[in-house]
Design a protein around this ligand. Sequence first.
Ligand SMILES: Cc1c2[nH]c(c1CCC(=O)O)Cc1[nH]c(c(CCC(=O)O)c1C)Cc1[nH]c(c(CCC(=O)O)c1C)Cc1[nH]c(c(C)c1CCC(=O)O)C2
Length: 336
Amino acid sequence: MKFRDVLGKKEVWPPPIWLMRQAGRYLPEYRATRAKAGDFISLCLNPVLAEEVTLQPIHKFGFDAAILFSDILILPMALGQGLRFAEGEGPRMPPLEDIGTLKPEQAAGVYAPVMETVSRLRGSLPQETALIGFAGGPATVACYMLDGQGGGFPRTRRLAYEQPDFVRQVLKVLTEATIEYLSAQVKAGADCVMLFESWAGIFPPAQFREFVISPNRRICEILKERHKGLKIIGFPRLAGLMLGEYAREAGVDAVGLDSVTGLPEARAACTAGTVFQGNLDPLLLKLGGRAMDEAVKRMLDEVRGHPHILNLGHGITPDVPEAHVARLVELVRQSG
Ligand SMILES: Cc1c2[nH]c(c1CCC(=O)O)Cc1[nH]c(c(CCC(=O)O)c1C)Cc1[nH]c(c(CCC(=O)O)c1C)Cc1[nH]c(c(C)c1CCC(=O)O)C2
């Protein structure tokens, strides 16, 4: 499988491509299935409909990888923290006050439907299409749990300085729960897994080391012990100058890059041979036209000769025209 080869540091041309949030609101068929499900969380916990939306972008665009349709906040919900998605506002949870309210022993029962989605998908996907399982990185999930919503995470930032032991306890519970959650996905049929540390970039270096790199490393170590040959992609978004240390120390096989990190600069910061994933600016996919064509060609020139997985630097936005996605895939596949 092309995708696995790249994760094993082999250069493959044209490079495999998939897009973060490839199943989503820019697709009319996604909106139709979501309406059938009722709401977003019900969609995540409905194996038949979650399988359906995972496959939609594969059938339409022929991506090299499918990503399980779920959300990083399903895990804290399974641990017992209330979760709702306010229409047009994003996720909301009651900010976590007491670690004793979390119920790790109940989580597997709540996320069981997600595992059913994974096993259905491995049965229905073409052999050559990789199935990516995923979880939020513990630091990123803790941000939502502690603040209860996105938007800068001011409470998390304050607690990290004033009550670091509380933050450490939350991260410990999350790290162990994430290991079990991802391990269950691999057993159910995921070919590789990705850790979304989307808010890694809010932590200064000492906290980045302790709250991002260490938990990521523990997750990678235990998962790789349990599942020989498992490949793991880490996405430490906006890591800045901590990127090299993350790539060396976190134990991941490939590093997802955001759009403000240049590929030549990333290469200079990391050990030779580091596999990257990314990092077209999602705005270019919305704009299309010459701006997108030129940027994609530049990116292809930059990745030629290196093991690389083509992707965006962050998720597709709902306002992206489908024709631009088709054009992107065409540019990559024609780059022989
Ligand atoms: C921070 C984060 C979340 N979820 C996720 C992250 C990390 C990546 C990132 O930074 O984007 C990850 C995620 N969310 C979703 C997936 C599914 C797989 C895929 O990429 O196609 C994945 C991998 C579906 C989703 N997750 C969400 C949607 C939109 C929900 C809808 O249909 O209304 C989808 C398709 C909702 C969501 N979920 C989350 C937020 C902040 C929001 C609201 C923002 C928005 O509405 O776009 C939390």
